[in-house]
Design a protein around this ligand. Structure first.
Ligand code: G3H
Ligand code: 13P
Ligand code: ZN
Length: 311
């Protein structure tokens, strides 16, 4: 099967009341773990690549790894640029085989965000590629840029119709209280998401796919393994899974997960290296990390996203 855009998968997900997982990929074991789980569960999939991933693994290696996954697994896969910061990186990914890009103009003014997003949409659509835009700002760290809690801002529902109609974007990321990274709430703070904003946005954009960034649940199972095997991730906390399940049933069609993959991979690798100091064959610890990634993605697909059997 060839790479697909997200158009068809979002339409089915919106109508069917489930969401597609968008998982960040940085190396072969992560690509394999994710795609093996999705392949066995017959789930559509979005694999996303950040600027940091391109810097780490190189654009061509990542594209070729995803192409290999397509040969090995008979499921629809979209290849997406995560948090494209400017027109040039979006163009480079559009020209370089991606089927979807995000232009993240959320740090700009409303008018500048519209102008930048529209420019990317015009180029992307001329090449058959779809575009995700963003309104509102999430707290946390993405690509070495740290947005403090004070600078984070929820999406204003009264801006979304104008943004979507003037830019022509195919999906919209909104800020309702999720954040990037493994420390999403302060110790003792009750996790909360603004579902009222999500409901208002979806009322104003009927049938339109919404995207949730910063949606890792930071499973305490993996945190515990990391803590018990020489790591230190005290106070790591994510979005409760019941909130993600609620989002997946709504207009949210794409749920972004990266930190959970990092935790799963790190838990597996730490467990081997901490308990078997004699190990120095990378295959011995990477295969455990890969298996943990696969187990995590299978859990997300069946217990959170509801995308199993939808390929
Ligand atoms: O939203 C950010 C993603 O987790 C990507 O992280 O920029 O460190 O690759 P990265
Ligand atoms: P997490 O840090 O919650 O995994 O979010 C990932 C993300 O939004 C990638 O764009
Ligand atoms: Zn993100």
């Amino acid at each position: 099967m060839a790479l697909v855009t997200t158009t068809e998968m979002f339409k089915k997900a919106y109508d069917g009341g489930y969401a597609i997982g968008a998982f960040n990929v940085n190396n072969m074991e992560i690509v394999q773990g994710i795609t093996e789980a999705a392949g066995e569960l017959k789930s559509p999939l979005i694999l996303q690549v950040s600027a940091g991933a391109r810097k780490y693994a190189n654009h061509t290696y990542l594209v070729k790894l995803v192409e290999a996954a397509l040969i090995e697994n008979d499921i629809p896969i979209a290849l997406h640029l995560d948090h494209g910061a400017d027109f040039d990186i979006c163009k480079s990914c559009i020209d370089g085989g991606f089927t979807s890009v995000m232009i993240d103009g959320s740090h700009h003014s409303f008018e500048d965000n519209i102008a930048l997003t529209k420019k990317v949409v015009e180029y992307a659509h001329s090449k058959g590629v779809v575009v995700e835009g963003e309104l509102g700002q999430l707290a946390g760290i993405e690509d070495d840029v740290k947005v403090s809690d004070a600078d984070a801002s929820y999406t204003h529902p009264d801006e979304v119709e104008e943004f979507v109609s003037r830019t022509g974007v195919d999906s919209l990321a909104i800020a309702i209280g999720t954040s990037h990274g493994a420390f999403k709430f302060k110790p003792g703070q009750k996790p909360q998401l603004r579902f009222d904003i999500l409901d208002e946005v979806s009322k104003r954009l009927p049938g339109f796919p919404i995207v949730l960034h910063g949606a890792s649940s930071v499973s305490q199972e993996y945190v515990k393994i990391i803590q018990e095997n020489g790591g230190n991730l005290a106070d790591a906390i994510g979005i409760p899974e019941d909130m993600l399940r609620r989002a997946a049933k709504s207009a949210v069609c794409k749920i972004n997960i990266d930190s959970d993959l990092r935790l799963a991979m790190t838990a597996g690798v730490r467990q081997v290296l901490f308990n078997k100091p004699e190990v120095f064959d990378p295959r011995e610890y990477l295969k455990v990390g890969r298996q943990y990634v696969k187990d995590l993605v299978a859990h997300k697909i069946t217990e959170v996203l509801g995308s199993d059997g939808k390929a």
